[in-house]
Ligand binder design. Structure first.
Ligand SMILES: [Zn+2]
Length: 293
């Protein structure tokens, strides 16, 4: 049922040490280990559910990126903030590229692509979850393709490829990244948003930090991991941008997991942003370009 990962997903080194044991708070209640590679330091969930079974761990009522329920304070805040941050994301990619061909991987319920479409982007959206795809179609009038279609896209056709909180879920990290980089135009941009365990909120909440989100978060990246991934795949990390709302959302959810106090969660979010500086935001957007030959 569980699969032990023998080699580091980034550097392939075969020795690792356990650093944390984290409960799956949203679905199964099971405990999962997070280990650190003894060579490159990547922290990853190990063992993980087998690929065919990991879908079961996504089946949570409160999995907000697949739900539009407005119940609960956290969800209500999330929906207000989402409206704002979707526009900010589309503005960002507009600044990164003059071309308007977009690939969004892990498109969820299509909210981002709907806004992008309204701003004139042509797009391909890929999403593994069939329910999310049909929601995207009926509610957002956005047609998404199954994730397997990643391997049927034409090389070098996209100006921008976005992965909003998706890379930490990608089961075949190196194989899929190799494919993704091929799909980018020579001067295209790859935009990857992931949580950052170096943030103040991560260090404060430790095993309760909601963005560990085991077992569906397979990797717990820091900026140096992203630089290492970039060099493996012929990319250059050109910028890191903050996602200042994530600290609030993640801290409130972490307080919920430890039966804490939602106000304390908000204050922790504030403190996290206050201390964040360049590379210590709760979640960050990494912008990559292809290395010039
Ligand atoms: Zn490693």
């Amino acid at each position: 049922m569980m699969k032990t990962i023998a080699n580091c997903p980034v550097c392939q080194h075969s020795h690792y040490s356990q650093v944390l044991e984290v409960k799956d708070h949203s679905v199964s209640g099971e405990l999962f280990k997070i280990v650190a590679c003894n060579n490159c330091g990547l922290q990853y969930t190990n063992p993980v559910p087998e690929e065919a079974l990991i879908g079961n761990y996504y089946k949570s009522d409160s999995y907000v990126s697949h739900s539009s329920s407005k119940e609960g304070l956290i969800n209500r805040v999330y929906h207000v903030v989402r409206w704002y941050s979707l526009r900010k994301k589309v503005k960002l990619i507009g600044k990164l590229s003059a071309g308007r061909n977009l690939l969004d991987i892990g498109a969820g319920t299509g909210h981002f692509l709907k806004v992008a479409k309204d701003k004139g982007w042509r797009f391909v959206g890929l999403e593994p979850d069939a329910d999310a795809r049909s929601f995207a179609k009926t509610s957002n009038e956005v047609d998404l393709l199954p994730i397997e279609q990643l391997h049927n896209q034409i090389d070098g056709q996209f100006d921008v490829i976005t992965m909003w909180h998706v890379l930490e879920h990608v089961y075949h990290l190196q194989r899929d990244l190799e494919r993704i980089v091929k799909l980018l135009k020579e001067d295209g941009c790859l935009v990857v948003a992931v949580p950052n365990r170096l943030s103040y909120d991560a260090r404060k909440y430790q095993a309760f930090w909601a963005a560990y989100d085991v077992p569906i978060h397979l990797y717990h990246f820091v900026p140096d991991d992203m630089r290492r991934i970039a060099s493996i795949h012929g990319l250059v990390l050109v910028n890191i941008l903050p996602m200042p709302f994530d600290s609030f959302y993640v801290s409130m959810l972490s307080e919920k997991y430890k039966n804490g106090n939602i106000i304390r969660g908000i204050l922790t979010g504030l403190k996290s942003n206050w201390l964040a500086k360049d590379e210590f935001w709760s979640s960050q957007i990494y912008i990559f370009k292809k290395k010039k030959q």
